[in-house]
Design a protein around this ligand. Sequence first.
Ligand SMILES: NC(=O)c1ccc[n+]([C@@H]2O[C@H](COP(=O)([O-])OP(=O)(O)OC[C@H]3O[C@@H](n4cnc5c(N)ncnc54)[C@H](O)[C@@H]3O)[C@@H](O)[C@H]2O)c1
Length: 260
Amino acid sequence: MDLNGKNVIYAGGFGGIGQACVKELLEKGVQNLAILDLTENKELLEALQKSYPATIIHFIQFDVSKKERITAAFKEAVAKMQHFDVLVNGCGIMTDEHVDLTVEINLLGVIHSTLTALPYMDKSAGGRGGIIVNVSSVAGLEATGLFAIYSATKHGVTAFTRCMADKIYFDRFGVSFITICPGITDTNIFRNAHKKVTFEFAQEPAKIFYKAKLQTAEICAKNMIKVMETCKNGGAYILDIGNIEEVTFPELWKPSFESS
Ligand SMILES: NC(=O)c1ccc[n+]([C@@H]2O[C@H](COP(=O)([O-])OP(=O)(O)OC[C@H]3O[C@@H](n4cnc5c(N)ncnc54)[C@H](O)[C@@H]3O)[C@@H](O)[C@H]2O)c1
């Protein structure tokens, strides 16, 4: 998809990866950009609008853990932009001690945001189709034991996004689904990571992660945009240490049917 002239909603656009991605989208010349986030970053918003006067940038406050706030935010976004072509679900937390909140934000938030967006995009109901990009993690591909709750929610995001890419949905909605699995990226979520483990006694072993190679949010964002431009329905990508690797999922099970 050529992002130039498109209308984009970025949920979590003021986060580390979000900010970097938003800048790349502005570089691509999107027409309207709605940033949905928990708190406004007024200074950044003004600076971005000044640097990219051709794009209309909107901020819509929302809490992705509250279904009614998601509904209201999409309503407001559509009132402001008429339609949108791209949705990025990029909100997330890593705080395993808060089990319910982690599930509410990382998994239920992505599901509700996706299901709220679809009727607006649905080609079979007069919408224009488009892309929904869900930000999972490498921890949504590999069981990452020290962060069991986070990893479980991200596996959920990966599975949900792959399910939504099913041909039966694509043929009806005309919406492509992409899963992004960043590796360790230098943002707030990773800072003090050892304190965010599932069990306190695992804090010391978790410090091993500080020895891992990091990528910057900027390189992650550049690669995210490249992947979005391919618009490959069902594509899942590891974006780690500056590289893009498409994931090939093994078929582990299929139903056995009675022979008639
Ligand atoms: N940084 C990494 O190492 C890494 C690795 C893999 C995946 N990710 C994923 O990338 C995404 C972006 O994370 P990041 O690294 O930029 O971290 P970040 O903490 O900088 O950004 C997280 C964003 O989520 C928003 N958010 C959190 N709770 C919210 C809520 N209740 N309602 C609305 N917005 C809320 C925050 O305001 C922020 O904009 C997350 O989904 C994260 O899980 C990050």
